[in-house]
Design a protein around this ligand. Sequence first.
Ligand SMILES: Nc1ncnc2c1ncn2[C@@H]1O[C@H](COP(=O)(O)OP(=O)(O)OP(=O)(O)O)[C@@H](O)[C@H]1O
Length: 262
Amino acid sequence: MIRFTDVVMRYPHAAAPAVDGVSFDVPPGRITAVVGPNGSGKSTLVRALLGRLPLERGAIALDGRDLMTMPRRDVATQMAVVAQREEPVFPLPVPEYIALGRHPHGGPFSGRSPEDRAAIARAVQRADVAAFADRSTDQLSGGEWQRVRIARALAQGGRSLVLDEPTTFLDIAHEMAVFELLDALAREGQGILLVSHQLNLVARFADHIVLLHHGRIAAAGTPAEVMRGEVLERVYEWPLVVSRDPAVGAPVLVPLRGRGTR
Ligand SMILES: Nc1ncnc2c1ncn2[C@@H]1O[C@H](COP(=O)(O)OP(=O)(O)OP(=O)(O)O)[C@@H](O)[C@H]1O
């Protein structure tokens, strides 16, 4: 489980914190989604998990241990992260890139043990990237690269999986496949932390939604509790309505045309 407790984060020389007093849990067996407008602090929380930015205040615990002082290799065996952006410094064959996910688990031959090979094969199958196995990472479309990065995180394994906008660049079928995959992983017991702008899909798949606004939690709870028109309209500063989609039985947000017109 990942636990954020009163987390405050500030970029160097910034007047205001990017994350300001945020507390929530990412328990096993659940999809916890963090949503909010551009610049609301979502990726900054992920940067903390990656150890890229220190906390000004508060704490982040990973399965009860202080994440900020844990050896990064220990962190990597328990939590896999698909960051928002990542360009490989040099091209790698796709299977070798995915095998990097096994690196924290072993020594110099990591990626080659029977256990590693099984984890990699399963990740390739679940992320549906077998078709790119003979390519290198610089020969992929944006969506294909995204899926290969998800495969690397699945190969890495661990009890927690963190994904920052994993369906950017994906077409409808592959986007749905990723949400279905996250749902399956959660039902198998993984704790999923998902940052996404896809509010309607989040409302269908997430168990718990944390809505950030200017670095603070504007609302948190079940999709029905957070997907309320007046809350979302205030946070996103755009006229919208929230209704219930009879086809899928989940709240659905419809942005309206033009500011102030209904
Ligand atoms: N490297 C940085 N240096 C200074 N300020 C930054 C830096 N990265 C982000 N910020 C600021 O911190 C705040 C939170 O940014 P963050 O990237 O966490 O937003 P976000 O919610 O992930 O947005 P988006 O939806 O656009 O990805 C914003 O005000 C942003 O301008």
